[in-house]
Every structure is written in C-alpha cells, then in structure tokens.
Design a protein around this ligand. Sequence first.
Ligand SMILES: O=C(O)CCC(=O)C(=O)O
Ligand SMILES: [Fe+2]
Length: 323
Amino acid sequence: MAFFQQQARRFAWSSSSSDKEDSVSTHSIRRLSRTAPLSLFIEAVEKDGCVIVTDFTDRTTVEQADKEVRPWLEKESDGAVVGALQGQTRTVTRLIGRSETVREKFFADPLYQDLCEHFLALETTHYYGDKPLTTTSHPLLSIAITFDIPPGTPAQGLHRDDKNHHVRHNQAESYEKGRDVLLGLFVPGCNTTKANGATRVVPGSHLWGDKAPDFGSDGNHGVLDAEMEVGEAFIMLGSLYHGGGNYEKALGTAKEGIRESRTVHAMFSCTGVSRQEEISFLSYPIEDVKKYSPIVQERLGWKQSEPNLGWVDLKSPEVLLQT
Ligand SMILES: O=C(O)CCC(=O)C(=O)O
Ligand SMILES: [Fe+2]
C-alpha cells in the first residue's frame, strides 16, 4: 500500500513459547504515515505493541521544542538514579509546562490522542437498582519527560513501564482491548541510531506473561533498535519490553560544534482511573494550566472522570479554570 512501508528488517519472533508458533508469527516495528487509517495504527499496536509514525512532525517543530527544552537540560549536572535511570541520563521533568511545543504539538497530537482514547478509555455499565448507566473515563497524562543520554551511557535493562502501576499480564496469543494502562509517545530531538543509543524494543512482548523474560543467550533475541529520523515518532504500549540503548562512543569524541547527546521527548498517558506518575496538580500551576488547550487541561485531570473521580466540592475541577 502506498501510504505505509513495512520496515525491511523483520524477524521471526513469537509471543508463544511453542516452536510451531515461531514459524508463523512475526513481529516488527511497523512504520506508517499519519495519512494511514487509524485502524492500521491500532492493528500494528495490537500485533507488535508499537508503531513508528514516519511523518509525525517536522524538523522546524522539533528544533523549536529543542530550544525550549535545552536550557532546562543544561541546568542538570548529574542525571537521576530512579527506576530504569542509572545516573547518566539527563532529564527534563514538568515538560508539559516547560515546552509549549511538546505540550501542544506533540502531546496534544490528534493521532496520538485518538490512539490513547482507543487503548485507554474505559466504558462501563453499572446499575442503580435496575437502572443501567454507562459512563466513560478518558485517559490522563501520566508523565512527560525528556531523556537525554551522553556518549558512554550503557543500555538500560529491558523493562515494562507499567511496572509502576503494578500491572499483571497474562500471556496471550492476541490482543484484547483493556489489557494496558499506559500508551507512550517518544519524539526524538535528533536522529536516533543504534550507535547513539536508540531505544531498544521487543515487538510482541506486550503479549507475554509475568515470568522472567527470556531475551536469549546473547540478551538480544527479538530486540530491535527503534531508530528514527527527526520528524518521526514511536508509539508503544506500557507492557512492551524496552529500554534506552547503549551510546557506544566515549564522551568528548564528537567533532567540534556537534552536539553529543541523544535526546527523546517521552510522554505517557494512563487510564483515567490510574495514579499519574508525575503529580500534575503540583507540577503545573493553575494559572499556567488556564493557558493550555482544552484537551491538555482535560488530560492533566482538570475534568473529572465519570463516574465521580477527581472532583473538588463535588464538581468537575474545570470550573476553577474559568474563574
Ligand atoms: O531513554 C530511552 O530511550 C528510554 C528510557 C526509559 O525507558 C526509561 O527511563 O524508563
Ligand atoms: Fe522505560
């Protein structure tokens, strides 16, 4: 089909441990243009746990985001040691407030938001006596953060980001909606390659159970590098095994004037009934939130989840944004 190219590098890999499955089931990182129908993105994410959008944004927008984010990165001397971060990765937290471009152009992107709605919205029917009521809880922003790794940074241990939400997984042959509580969006600030530590991912691993993962004797079986050019973006489920790659060069080996770091802006949405990783109400002051677009206000939690979660004085908090 003209509107999408399959990534050339495919490999045999199965979510099942049976050899028979291995021969018929393949996983890859599919690359789709945003002009492709939403159903193709859903199909790719259900099958592989991830997808690359080849024309997510453009160089000018990425450069604008970089301008907004870089001063915050420069302020960081040492990286944090938290979760999968091992001290070398520099981060920019509170990213939604610190970069208008990340907020309104990347996080608010309609394709990403449509996929969040598809994979994370919860619709449930409950009863008051014999009267049924069906309500929908829409997704929230869980975290927005820039990861910037310098040369010499080792690869992270492959992990699932939904560990934070204590998610349990049953091994499955195919995807069932409602399985995940997180959907992530990675927008690179520079071309990412195996050599500069592109995120490593294991397509298909979103269907694995909770046993210790087996990446083969070399630790690389089924692992692909999510290499991207500026303007592309990577979308993945929170249950997908992944981790920052190894930036092979030593620090200080870049040519004069060439930036030495691999930058990725990462955003994760969670279900509307999950605890947000970054506390939005303490990270983004109300006076700032008033200036954000309505979709961002909603995703930060300024509209209550139905039924009855996240209110103030029994009212949806959006009324506070109107005063
Ligand atoms: O830097 C990256 O590519 C991914 C980072 C990551 O997965 C994490 O810190 O949880
Ligand atoms: Fe991660």
